[in-house]
Structure formats: structure tokens, C-alpha cells
Design a protein around this ligand. Structure first.
Ligand code: MLT
Length: 202
């Protein structure tokens, strides 16, 4: 089980936004962002099950930017199972899920895409890293991804954002990149770009 909030959308045909917070956040953090992206969607906002010095995360890390790959895999599976169960509990269309993640939440969303074919219909990844390297990733021809990245992001260098874009595109995903001049923070212009991308795709 994962701690979460669920807000039903306007009607059952609307997509469901799966909201995944950054390190130290919780299930309340991105609800406003989700509503900004699509006020009529269902919202499923989840809290990561790992605690790092009291800060919730979606998977363990060995150091800053160095992931515990075994835990990442186990937590990704846990999140996937939770999403499958939540679709039954709340009766939303499992084929119309769009993940929205920031930082650590974007990293587990990226790994969901790397591990499971058609796990979500789309993803908005704010400041993601490459979750794993040297692995085969599923065909993503039906998947649309928005990546928001900072040219001066100390956590995620620009080359790593480009690497993630290439990996997803080579797997067949349609990817849009949005760059800003700043660091790891989520800016209003990035949110607006994500909103326009979402409107055009869903
Ligand atoms: C991570 O561990 O997922 C990244 O370093 C981003 C973050 O600080 O959460």
C-alpha cells in the first residue's frame, strides 16, 4: 500500500494524473500542479515509501545522484502494482494515465517507462535523470513524454537530459523538451509549457 490522495475528475473518460513528488515532499505537494495541468482529470497523488533522514522518497540512493538500483527496481514494481490496484479501487481508465513527476518523482516515473511497456500513456518529467543505463527498454511507440530541464541544473547536467531524451526517442516515444536557463527548480514557464504540451496530446 502507498499513502495517497485521490480526487475524481469531471467524468470517467478523463485521464488520470499520477503525481510523484520530489525528495522531502509528500502527496499534497503536486496537487495544485496537477489541477493546473488539467482541472478536469482524476488525480492520484502518491507518497514515496522510502524515508531518507525523515524525507520521503520513491527509492533509496547511495549518495546524491547515485541510485540504489535494487531498491529502484523493487519500488518501481511496488508503484506499478499500486497503480494497477488503484485503477480498480477508484474505477479509472488504466489506459489513460499520465504521470507527472518532479526530481525524485520524475526519476521513478522514468524508470516505470524503462521497466514496463505501456505502463502510462504519457509522462511529464520535471528535471529527471537517466534512471538506469545499459538496459533494454520497451518499445514506446504509443507514449508521449515531456521533459522539463534546466541548463544550469547541478543535479542533472544538460547532457544527461539529452541522453534521456535520446533513449526515450530511440525506443519510439514522442518526446518534447523544454529548457530553462536555471537550475533544478520547477519554473512557471516550464509548467505552462507542460500544460500546452498536455493540451495538444490529451
Ligand atoms: C534522486 O535521488 O532521485 C535525485 O538525486 C533527485 C533528488 O534529489 O531527489
Amino acid at each position: 500500500m502507498m499513502k495517497h490522495l485521490f480526487f475524481p475528475g469531471e467524468n470517467s473518460s478523463r485521464p488520470t494524473l499520477l503525481l510523484l513528488h520530489g525528495t522531502g515532499g509528500n502527496e499534497h505537494d503536486l496537487v495544485g500542479l496537477g489541477k493546473e495541468i488539467d482541472s478536469s482529470a482524476n488525480i492520484l497523488s502518491v507518497r514515496g515509501n522510502v524515508l531518507e533522514n525523515g524525507m520521503p522518497r520513491f527509492f533509496k540512493r547511495l549518495a546524491e545522484g547515485v541510485f540504489d538500483l535494487e531498491d529502484l527496481q523493487a519500488r518501481t514494481e511496488e508503484l506499478k502494482s499500486f497503480l494497477d490496484e488503484a485503477a480498480q479501487t477508484y474505477k479509472f481508465d488504466r489506459d489513460q494515465v499520465v504521470a507527472i513527476g518532479y526530481s525524485n518523482g520524475a526519476n521513478i516515473a522514468g524508470n516505470l517507462l524503462f521497466e514496463y511497456k505501456d505502463v502510462v500513456k504519457g509522462a511529464i518529467l520535471h528535471h529527471p535523470m537517466v534512471p538506469r543505463r545499459g538496459v533494454e527498454i520497451p518499445v514506446m511507440s504509443g507514449t508521449s513524454v515531456f521533459i522539463g530541464a534546466g541548463k544550469n541544473d547541478f543535479m542533472c547536467p544538460a547532457a544527461e537530459s539529452e541522453e534521456l531524451k535520446d533513449l526515450l526517442q530511440n525506443a519510439g516515444a514522442s518526446v518534447e523538451m523544454h529548457w530553462h536557463e536555471y537550475g533544478h527548480q520547477l519554473t512557471q514557464s516550464e509548467v505552462q509549457a507542460a500544460k500546452e504540451w498536455y493540451k495538444a496530446n490529451f
